[in-house]
Write a protein that binds this ligand. Structure first.
Ligand code: S3P
Ligand code: PEP
Length: 436
């Protein structure tokens, strides 16, 4: 956990050198979950030592799963099999993690015991009906607070059955919750998506030996099989690399190499967007690691210009919009973002928090219901609030590298949820960033 609650950031050096960001958050959550439900022992390497993924591991320990930590970023999960979890009447704390809570809802809907999922103040405001409603259609019984908010109270001993469900919004978390409940369901569970989203759950289920049929925007599984333990190599998180891709693009003189970044096409939308803006990013040494494409990314400073972003690209860069807002603020002309209303229900309302902070720094930005119009310009110093949202805090640390004054960034402790060690890696790359 980062000790600093606030940062002071200002123009530093050009970003230079070569660095590796921590393991992928989405893959780490899923590796613990499937490892726990598998028969046998799963070794995870490159595990994200973030608060979100550690919370997921702690929940499974509470449910009777033994998890060893032989060294930092390694876990050995002693799987208990699909029906081996033990109920625990204490609340299961998912911390700040929407992914943790929504996927766990799918797993716990199919258990013989009751459970209660809780989260921190931010997670307690995030919508859960998107998972509870389809899970109830499958036969689950789930209580929630008014408005479908956490805590979630899941009744045990329910007989689940498969459904054929078309997601109203593109969400890998909802898709994954239904597929995980589908492991326990009678018959087929089919999930259809309006736009394809990250397919780690599907790929990992296949790697753990569960028969599954999937293609972009579609997945079908049948209940009643077994998961067999397998080792998981977690790639470096593209979403963490994203901050450095933007910072090196906007700071003159930068040339930075990011090592072994996960390049799943459902995650790399920001690369497409930045290149369309004129960014100079080269993929080197593309290879496979643990069944996922990875590459080193070499990014050099380049002048950026505004673009339009919407449609299919949105889910492919859903967590990278705060970083894109910063690139847009430093670009020539307007950047128009649409079809991104989902940003309003993340750890904060990311359209509002980025608009508020960028305005403070002197940027003209117009908010729309599902996006924003950002006019590139000169950034000045000022005090911005990240509203406890890790990605907002890191995005403003990058923006500060182009600001004409000091940027004070409030409420940054949650950076440790997804990016432990961010401060020291950022300083190593050349950023000026201090605890306030
Ligand atoms: O499935 C996942 O691991 C994730 C899916 C996305 O959320 P949604 O499913 O709500 O779009 C993303 O924002 C989140 O950081 C991780
Ligand atoms: C939205 C995010 O995560 P989660 O939904 O798991 O809290 C994120 O990491 O940006």
């Amino acid at each position: 956990m980062s000790a600093a609650q606030d940062w002071v950031a200002r123009r530093g050096q050009p970003l230079r050198g070569s660095l590796r960001v921590p393991g992928d958050k989405s893959v780490s959550h899923r590796a613990v979950m499937l490892g726990a439900l598998a028969e046998g022992t799963t070794r995870i390497s490159g595990f994200l030592e973030g608060e979100d993924t550690r919370a997921t591991a702690r929940v499974f320990e509470q449910l009777g799963v033994r998890i060893e930590t032989p060294s930092a970023s390694e876990r050995i999960v002693h799987g208990v099999g699909l029906h081996g979890l033990k109920g625990n009447t204490a609340p299961l704390d998912c911390g700040n993690a929407g992914t943790g809570m929504r996927l766990l809802a799918g797993v716990l809907a199919g258990q013989a015991f009751d459970s209660v999922l809780v989260g921190d103040a931010s997670l307690s405001k995030r919508p859960m009906r998107r998972v509870t409603e389809p899970l109830e259609q499958m036969g689950a019984r789930i209580g929630s607070e008014a408005g479908g908010l956490p805590p979630l109270r899941l009744a045990g001993g329910r007989a689940l059955h498969g459904i054929d469900y078309t997601l109203p919004v593109a969400s890998a978390q909802v898709k994954s919750a239904l597929l995980l409940a589908g492991l326990y369901a009678h018959g087929d569970t089919v999930v259809r998506e309006p736009h394809p989203t990250r397919d780690y759950t599907e790929r990992m289920l296949a790697a753990f030996g569960w028969p599954i049929e999937f293609s972009p925007g579609f997945a079908r599984i049948e209940g009643g099989h077994r998961l067999r333990a397998t080792d998981v190599q977690v790639p470096a998180d593209f979403s963490s690399a994203a901050f450095f891709l933007v910072a090196a693009s906007i700071v003159p003189g930068s040339e930075l190499r990011l090592q072994a970044v996960g390049m799943n096409p459902r995650r790399t939308g920001l690369l497409t967007a930045l290149r369309a803006m004129g960014a100079d990013i080269t993929e080197l040494d593309r290879r496979e690691q643990g069944g996922e494409p990875v590459a080193d990314l070499l990014v050099r400073h380049a002048p950026l210009h505004g673009i339009e972003v919407g449609g299919e690209l949105v889910p492919d860069m859903i967590d990278e919009f705060p970083a894109l807002f910063v690139a847009a603020a430093c670009a020539q002309g307007d950047t128009v973002i649409r079809d991104a209303a989902e940003l309003r229900v993340k750890e904060s309302d990311r359209i509002a928090t980025m608009a508020q902070g960028l305005r403070t720094l002197g940027i003209a930005i117009e908010e729309t219901a599902d996006g924003a119009v950002i006019s590139g310009g000169r950034l000045r110093g000022g005090a911005v609030d990240s509203h406890g949202d890790h990605r907002i805090a890191m995005s403003f640390a990058m923006a500060a590298q182009r600001a004409e004054g000091e940027v004070r960034i409030g409420d940054v402790a949650n950076v440790a949820t997804s990016f432990p060690g961010f401060e020291s890696l950022a300083r190593q790359a050349g950023l000026q960033l201090d605890a306030a």
